[in-house]
Design a protein around this ligand. Structure first.
Ligand code: G
Ligand code: G
Ligand code: MN
Ligand code: NA
Length: 251
C-alpha cells in the first residue's frame, strides 16, 4: 500500500531510469539492438525491480503515464547515442497488457518518435505472447496499425502462452523471443532442444527473426546458434546496465 503511494510520486520525483541489455546477432554480435528495462530508484528501498512495481502500476492505471515516459526516454536515449556516433540499430520497449490495449498508445508512440527524430524502424515493441493472444482479433487490429507506422513487433516470452498458429501467421510481428524457461536446461539433453528447434522452424516459416533470452553460459550460446537462433540475449552476452555504462562498454 505504501509502495503504491510512493509509485504515484515516482515519475514527478524522477525516480525512474532505464537499463539497457544488448541483443546480439548469434553467436556473438554484431549488436542488433538493445532492450530497455525499467528501474525504480526508491528513496528508502533502493532499486526496485519491475516484477514488484509493474503489477501495482497496472492495477492503479499509473502504467499509462509510466509507459509513456519509458517510450519517450528510450527514443531520447537512442537519438543521443546516435548523435554521439554510436551504432545502435534499434531499441526495444516492453508493453504491458493495459498499455497495449489503451487507445492512446498509437499517438504516444508516433509522438515519441517524432519528438526525438527517431525513425519508426528503430523502435521495437515487445508484447508477451499471452497479451497478443488474449483477444487475438483486437490484437491483430492494434498490431496492424503499429506495423503500418513501421515499428518492429517482438512476441516476448514465446512458448509460455497459447498461440493460435492461425493468428500468429496473420500477426505483423518481426521477431519471436524464446522464453528463458526453454534456455535454462537446454544443454541438459531433455526436450527443450527439440522445442527450441520447433520454434526456430516456425520463425523461419513465418519469416520472423528468432531471439533466445536468458543466455547465461557459453554452452547455451553455442547450442542456440547451432539450432539456428538468429539473435541472443542474456547475462553471458551482456547484463542490463545504465546508459552511460552501456556506451562505455560499446566503445
Ligand atoms: O530486468 P527485468 O527485472 O527488467 O524485468 C522483469 C520483467 O519486467 C520483464 O518481464 C520485463 O518485460 C518487465 N519490464 C521491464 N521493463 C518494463 C517496462 O518498461 N514496461 C513494462 N510494461 N514491463 C517492463
Ligand atoms: O520478459 P523479458 O524478456 O522482458 O525479461 C527481461 C528480464 O530478463 C529482465 O528482468 C532482465 O534483467 C532479465 N534477464 C536478462 N538476461 C537474463 C539472463 O541471462 N538470465 C536471467 N535469469 N534473467 C535475465
Ligand atoms: Mn522483454
Ligand atoms: Na521474456
Amino acid at each position: 500500500l505504501a509502495l503504491t503511494q510512493d509509485l504515484r510520486r515516482a515519475l514527478a520525483n524522477q525516480e525512474f531510469s532505464l537499463h539497457y541489455q544488448p541483443k546480439l546477432r548469434a553467436p556473438a554480435g554484431p549488436l542488433m539492438g538493445v532492450e530497455a528495462l525499467l528501474r525504480w530508484h526508491h528513496p528508502e528501498q533502493g532499486m526496485v525491480m519491475p516484477d514488484r512495481f509493474i503489477p501495482l502500476a497496472e492495477k492503479t492505471g499509473l502504467i499509462l503515464e509510466i509507459g509513456r515516459w519509458v517510450i519517450n526516454e528510450a527514443c531520447r536515449q537512442l537519438a543521443q547515442w546516435r548523435a554521439q556516433g554510436m551504432e545502435v540499430p534499434s531499441v526495444s520497449v516492453n508493453l504491458s497488457a493495459t498499455q497495449f490495449r489503451s487507445p492512446g498508445l498509437f499517438g504516444k508512440i508516433r509522438d515519441a518518435l517524432e519528438a526525438n527524430g527517431v525513425p519508426a524502424s528503430s523502435l521495437v515493441l515487445e508484447i508477451t505472447e499471452s497479451t497478443a493472444m488474449h483477444d487475438p482479433d483486437a490484437s491483430l487490429a492494434i498490431l496492424q496499425r503499429l506495423s503500418e507506422l513501421g515499428v518492429g513487433i517482438s512476441i516476448d516470452d514465446f512458448g509460455t502462452g497459447y498461440s493460435s498458429l492461425l493468428y500468429l501467421k496473420r500477426l505483423p510481428a518481426s521477431e519471436l523471443k524464446i522464453d528463458r524457461g526453454f534456455v535454462r536446461d537446454l544443454v541438459a539433453g531433455g526436450e527443450d532442444a527439440a522445442i527450441v528447434s520447433a520454434i526456430i522452424a516456425l520463425g523461419r516459416t513465418l519469416n520472423l527473426a528468432v531471439i533466445a533470452e536468458g543466455v547465461e553460459t557459453a554452452a547455451q550460446q553455442d547450442l542456440l546458434t547451432e539450432l539456428g537462433c538468429t539473435s541472443l540475449q542474456g547475462f553471458h552476452l551482456g547484463r542490463p546496465c545504465p546508459a552511460t555504462e552501456f556506451a562505455a562498454r560499446l566503445a
